[in-house]
Design a protein around this ligand. Structure first.
Ligand SMILES: [Zn+2]
Length: 113
């Protein structure tokens, strides 16, 4: 992801509407580009600051909320990756299970003839 695409996706990221694949590219670019990291933090602080004005009894430490949001999104992506690996493993086991059952049925059928 380049800086222009990153900046176009900032509002979608803050609004939690980025798909997982784009979120992954977004966070990878974020970890490697200081200018975009500053841009995101400024946008997040402005967005959260406006939202806080309407709420009562809210945590006013926006930087902490920003760091918490990044940690949660990175944790979410790790969970997505682990889920994909388990899904792959389960699908592979199911495939080979069905395959060997079909072979056993074929063997029984050939012995009966
Ligand atoms: Zn950048």
């Amino acid at each position: 992801m380049d800086c222009l695409t990153f900046r176009k996706n900032i509002n979608a990221y803050i609004g939690k509407s980025l798909p997982d694949d784009e979120l992954n590219a977004f966070l990878q670019h974020l970890s490697s580009c200081e200018k975009c990291r500053e841009e995101l933090e400024i946008n997040y602080i402005v967005s959260e600051g406006i939202g806080i004005l309407d709420e009562e009894n809210h945590d006013y430490n926006i930087s902490r909320a920003y760091e918490r949001m990044l940690r949660q999104d990175r944790r979410h992506l790790k969970l997505v990756r682990v889920t994909r690996v388990f899904t792959y493993i389960i699908d592979t086991l199911a495939f080979w299970g069905v395959f060997f059952c079909a072979l056993l049925c074929l063997r029984i059928l050939l012995q009966a003839i």
